[in-house]
Design a protein around this ligand. Sequence first.
Ligand SMILES: [Zn+2]
Length: 454
Amino acid sequence: MSVQITFLGGAGTVTGSKFLVQHEGRRLLVDCGLFQGYKQLRLRNWAALPVSPAHIDAVILTHAHLDHSGYLPLLVREGYPGRVWCTPGTRDLCAILLPDSGHIQEEDAAFANRHGFSRHHPALPLYTIQDAKASLERLHAVPPFRAFEPLPGWQARLQPAGHIIGAASLLLEVGGRRLLFSGDLGRTDDLLMLPPEVPPNADAVIIESTYGDRNHPVTSLLDELAPVLERVAARGGTAVVPVFAVGRAQALLHAIAQLKQQRRLPHALPVYLDSPMAIHSTEVLAQHPGEHRLDAGQVRDMARAAIMVRTPDESKAIATVHGPKVVLAASGMATGGRVLHHLVQYLGHHRNLVVLTGYQAPGTRGAALASGCETLRIHGQDLPVRAEVVQLQSASAHADAGQLMTWLRAMPGAAHRAFVVHGDPPASDALRQRIERELRWHAVVPEHGSSWAV
Ligand SMILES: [Zn+2]
């Protein structure tokens, strides 16, 4: 009997990763992500899956980012009965990310109801904090490299992929086939994370392509960040830095700690980390030495590089602090979270600066800012954008095109087939072409919802 894979998300887009593998009547879901960005993508979160969650037999997560894990609370609430396999790092980060996602869903619905700008009355959250907490009980951690059996006769193994704490590639052996899911691959030259492990042999590889059409510049994050923050400090402005709470927030903190140590930034420049989630993720980083490049002293310095802002009142009080400052707040693409309030506060003045720190999915406020929009819609209002906007080229947590190709080439043998996923169409297609041309493997960019025999 053949093995079939269906692309329920993460196909033709970077978000919503969900790959359903079927064999002899059993179904296993690799990743369970939320769609983010364009409204027509986000609406997919509200549509029922083509397979009832009650009929899915196992779930494996490659990592904790919401575009890979954020649909889990809904999957469990709608009847998924089984375990969710992942690494210990992913388990620890999901414990932070999923309840926060539930909280944001609840807040968005409440805000829409208060201000009456939702077309639905009342606006309901996609899921709640309670749903998220219930889904955490299903997480079942296995250490990297240890083989496990998610279903009878199915063999699986997770191995480090760099990117963020706990992130893994997955080798799945079923029905005599070896499927390799890259997950999100980190870069080999990341400031924080170790490079991805060398991939094993496989018949088919499902490879991400976030940066499938680009190579990262050779400048380091430190060299790119220093002049930007110096500039805003010199003119007495505020730098608002939307950060991905898990991963980039820590890389930025580490970079700022180093810049202050090297006296490339004034020691007195106040830096705020305004995200309880990012604060907790920084603690998780400390609990997983060996998965990143920092020693204990550097972890300590990183944690001291910013004023940790926990409560909403402390967050609001930042606006009353005069003089230059740096505010790091989630979310990284300004789709929600406390960073919105800081953007409302600081977007309107030339003195200030918005620093975008990673991939910005089309349709998000981050992407609008990156493309030089003149106004930005927040909480139903169009705000003029007068602040300077800078998009860092060196802050990405993803392998670039060259590094993706190097990872594929490191496989001990040729894969018969590559499915290029987790990218915007130009990026996915560029990587597909390179795989066909340089490796001579059969490569496709699967359509959303399409099924393939592998
Ligand atoms: Zn990711």
